[in-house]
Design a protein around this ligand. Structure first.
Ligand code: HEM
Length: 477
């Protein structure tokens, strides 16, 4: 009897394998044979934080379209990015991966899978993130105040070794919470209690746990219950801060929370606003903090002092010029986000029922598809020559500008792209202006931490979580 069961299982597995390898619709898509048979290689690289680089290497080997699992395909062309993320009014629905990003057992815009529902949610507050709103004096001045606080920290410690990883995460936290909750935003750059919130969020390790929850949600729920595991990234000080503020604080009319509250019908609904605000807080801290950290470290390396010099010259010559009219500053920020995309891995979407063609390849409904910024920013070397090199000047050339911009994917694209993009760019540009108008930065002699990109579930941070640089006044030469 046992032998018969084993034989039947063997025949079943063999036929599934033959189907996946030779007859499935995805069978003709290039990729390692093992990926056509099983999801295990992909899962292994996800659990170990190596998905992005593994997929990138597969693209280098197999080309711009690669089958990375029996039902999952990675693309690296602008045509695919357009189809997946923008077609038919914001592209395909999200995969169940995004279930991970609900807070307080309550969904939010980012965790909403279906695009119609997403659009409904977005309508509630998207205006708070548009360019006109972000540039309003009462909004702009909050970010300006935090950029000055950051520069103040540097001024206190001229010539000393300063950990900008920590300071930049404080800056990003203060910026996003100011936008959400003013005047109840954090001041972690100067307030020891708020600093604890930054530390709780920015030094957490949740990768394995989150992928476990993604692949085995029921088991994860049981384990959590039994073991009383309460270590999710959004538990603790930050959770308490967001819940208390969302429920009780009187906030300024220009804030995100104020706008959200106009939709809150009854007392229980504060969790809807809290889930949304928690997501924005988390989305706004590591992305901007790490993006700036990678960029400032790069500028501080001896080989890039000329970039700092060029930046300083532009900033010093144009102190009153609007930030968006400073082309070199813009090029430095864009090149930083190209090479060190804070969210460098793919954003998974699901092919709708009935199937769709993506970049000329027919895919059955339910296939998971994605593009990752890391590869879109590198694979086509006609668009990005010497793609691994940090060269802001590439963004100043007219030749090829349209192609470069079409492949620039750091904020994703379409209606489900980054809603915080304008805030993030303002934060980045204001901070660089504050710093490089006055200071020069060098990698500190005692900097011993790794700056390798270390992928988390949805973003990437410097591996050593420490970045020591020395600030010097430019005029002191
Ligand atoms: C340099 C900084 C930033 C980068 C590179 C970045 C990048 C991205 C990307 C790639 C996505 C889409 C991810 C996906 O589809 O899986 C996204 C979505 C999002 N980002 Fe950002 N982000 C940054 C800063 C911010 C900031 C400061 C906020 C503050 C509110 C923010 C809030 C959001 C939200 C709420 C979403 C979800 C949008 C939606 O579901 O429609 N981001 N971001």
């Amino acid at each position: 009897m046992l032998l018969q069961i084993v034989q039947a299982a063997g025949i079943f597995l063999l036929s599934v394998s033959i189907h996946r390898l030779f007859f499935a619709t995805l069978a003709s898509i290039p990729g390692p044979k093992i990926c056509a048979l099983t999801r295990l290689p992909l899962m292994y690289h996800e659990f170990t934080g190596k998905r992005r680089m593994w997929i990138h290497r597969l693209h280098l080997r197999y080309g711009p379209i690669v089958r990375v699992a029996p039902d999952e395909v990675s693309f690296a062309t602008r045509e695919a990015a357009k189809e997946i993320y923008t077609s038919g009014g914001s592209g395909f629905d999200k995969s169940r991966f995004y279930d991970l990003f609900s807070n307080f057992e309550t969904p939010n815009m980012f965790s909403t899978l279906e695009r119609g529902k997403h659009a409904e949610t977005k309508k509630r507050f998207a205006e708070r993130y548009n360019k006109v709103h972000i540039m309003r004096p009462e909004v702009f001045s909050v970010v300006q105040e935090h950029a000055e606080a950051f520069a103040g920290k540097c001024a206190e410690r001229i010539g000393e070794s300063v950990d900008i990883y920590a300071l930049l995460h404080c800056y990003a936290l203060d910026g996003v919470t100011g936008h959400l909750f003013y005047p109840h935003g954090t001041h972690s750059l100067t307030d020891a209690e708020d600093l604890k919130i930054m530390k709780e969020l920015s030094y957490a390790n949740g990768l394995t746990k989150q992928f476990f929850q993604h692949y085995c949600p029921r088991l994860a729920a049981i384990v959590k219950k039994i073991a009383g595991l309460r270590e999710r990234r959004t538990d603790g000080l930050a959770t308490r801060y967001v819940l208390d503020t969302t429920r009780n604080a009187t906030v300024a009319p220009h804030t995100v929370l104020h706008k959200l509250r106009t939709y809150v019908q009854d007392e229980g609904d504060y969790k809807v606003a809290a889930s949304e605000c928690m997501d924005h807080l988390v989305a706004g801290i590591d992305t901007t903090g790490d993006g700036l950290c990678f960029l400032m470290y790069q500028l501080s390396l001896p080989a890039y002092h000329h970039v700092q010099q060029h930046l300083h010259t532009e900033l010093a010559a144009n102190p009153a010029t609007p930030l968006d009219d400073l082309p070199y500053l813009d090029a430095v920020v864009k090149e930083g986000l190209r090479v060190f995309s804070p969210i460098p891995m793919g954003f998974p979407r699901v092919v709708p029922v009935g199937g769709k063609s993506v970049d000329g390849v027919w895919l059955p409904g339910g296939t998971v598809v994605s593009c990752q910024p890391h590869t879109l920013h590198r694979l086509d070397t006609a668009v990005f020559p010497l793609a691994e090199e940090f060269r802001p000047e590439r963004w100043l050339q007219d030749d090829g500008a349209a192609e470069r911009n079409q492949l620039f994917f750091a904020f994703s694209a379409g209606g489900r792209g980054c809603v915080g993009k304008n805030l993030a760019l303002l934060e980045m540009k204001l901070l660089l202006k504050e710093v490089y108008s006055t200071y020069r930065t060098r990698v500190a002699p005692d900097m011993d931490a790794s700056m390798e990109m270390d992928d988390q579930t949805i973003s990437s941070r410097p591996k050593g979580q420490k970045c020591l640089v020395v600030f010097e006044r430019v005029s002191e030469d």
